[in-house]
Design a protein around this ligand. Sequence first.
Ligand SMILES: Nc1ncnc2c1ncn2[C@@H]1O[C@H](COP(=O)(O)OP(=O)(O)OP(=O)(O)O)[C@@H](O)[C@H]1O
Ligand SMILES: [Mg+2]
Length: 397
Amino acid sequence: MSKIIEEELFKRTIFKDESKLSTDYVPQNLVHRENEIRQLLNYLRCMIDAPGNITQKVLIVGPVGTGKTATSKLFGSSFSDAARRRNIKLRYIHVNCHKDRTPFLILMKVVKTLIDGFPDRGLSTQELLNIVCERLEEEDEYLLLTLDEVDYFIRVGGESSLYDLLRASEEYLNKKQRMSFILIARDQFFIPLLDRSTQSVLMRNIIRFKPYTAEQLRDILMERVKEAFYENTVSNEIIWSIAEIAAKTGDARYALELLWRAAKTADMEGRRIVTIDDVRIAVSTIHPSIREEEIDALSTHEKLVLLAITRCLKKTDQQYVNIGEVEKMYRMICEEYRVEARAHTKIWEYIQNLKNAGLIYTKIVNVEPKGRTTQISLVETPLEFLEKELLKRLEEG
Ligand SMILES: Nc1ncnc2c1ncn2[C@@H]1O[C@H](COP(=O)(O)OP(=O)(O)OP(=O)(O)O)[C@@H](O)[C@H]1O
Ligand SMILES: [Mg+2]
């Protein structure tokens, strides 16, 4: 009896451990990614089977929230444990290229991870690379380096920056191959930009992460509910309704955000059970795929193109708008902001970038008499909200 009372008194909140719902928490068990983990192992097992013999490069592609980051982090830590058990020193380092966008910043992060207390000296990229290579050689270590969101990196630094980084390991370590890579991107648009040999390696070693189905999202949510909540606070019905909503995009991050937000509402109102209405409120306050940092990361012209798409959609009240209309609107907005409009090919590139960032959908349609055009739509974001966010940022400069 007293145990129950103590337990109840202790539970002032329905969260047993809210941190288990945070975006950077990596669960120990990633349901429905067993096959992808096996594929990663098959591509990279040479690092353990025959260390130093070859360098390997694997590419993971898949849309928003499909577990690319979580899977590679979990793989990295288990894989380096497996190496340690076999007396191989294998380091896993995960770099987010959205944050560290140049070879210099990436290598700085690698050096600082490898060497504790490494000072911020004025070194060149080349010098940093030499330090990494020498250090690995001295310590007889191997490095599995993940370049997450590598598309940002290529957008900023151009394809040669990736080439230099991937090639460096081969050129500078003519003794042993000590570096292998996992590249992560939402789309494989950048592959044709790379040199032929890297292209063919990546095309051979590609792992595709598919959007999650409602059933898969349900299982993911179930696991997380066990970790994050006290019993009987989130019913199976609630889990299923969130899974179904998030299955439209197949985005596990969105599903987890909905769960967290719904539970937060219940919690704040002092209720011990999450209701369908809490889910509804969560849906109305979280916009899938529009994350402020995504908007922040766009270049000025990408923001202008996105604003043009938003305005065109507002005007027509249709779900899709033609690329030609977007281009016209973009030119008008450029005049409004007194900036020089970019050429057609550039606009097309911006649209690809917006698509890769998960901000818009595109589809190709046939038009009479003969020809094809691209149509553009926004993800389920209220237009007013997006326009406001864009204007705010464009005004700030
Ligand atoms: N199979 C899974 N099991 C449990 N949790 C998962 C699974 N897949 C994804 N998640 C969780 O969903 C969230 C999003 O996953 P993650 O960050 O790995 O997606 P991503 O594919 O890297 O997305 P983005 O392209 O936006 O970077 C994370 O909180 C992650 O822990
Ligand atoms: Mg990610």
